[in-house]
Design a protein around this ligand. Sequence first.
Ligand code: PNS
Length: 166
Amino acid sequence: MERIAVCPGSFDPVTYGHLDIIKRASLLFDKVIVLISANPSKKPSFSAAERMMMIEANIKGYDNVVIDILDGLLADYVKNVGAIAIVKGLRAVSDFEYEFQMALANKKLYSGAETVFLTTSSENMYLSSSVVKQIAQFGGDINHFVPECVLDFISQRLVVKEKSNE
Ligand code: PNS
């Protein structure tokens, strides 16, 4: 039986923190589906297709990793693809309550998959997409937080925003 894991998130945009979790998950499972999912409490800066391109450019060589887009319930998707796990990265205690709540809800909705938490590598402890975007918006250097192609996407988007605000 193929052991499939789903790695869901907003990935708006993908950071080195996300990529670390995806790559480590790919060593634990036969197949990893990186699932760009809708989070109703966040207004995305990038379209799902743009987020997909950014991830795609950074998983080359990881042959068991694929990307998909979901505009529905995660638990239904996990059941439909026959995944046995939902993989999430845990950065700090502050993540725990929210992640714990989602893990329990997903388990209730579909009991056939476990949520597996991977602890973030220490160098990525503080990293989040929103922190990265905020630093970039105020002209800070995000070179160490996101891969080059994401850097291009962010700077282009910020330039467009700045122009439209003029
Ligand atoms: O990266 P994020 O924004 O913290 O990821 C949260 C995400 C997208 C995984 C979560 O909002 C989600 O699962 N969205 C899909 C819709 C869904 O199933 N919601 C109920 C979760 S219990």
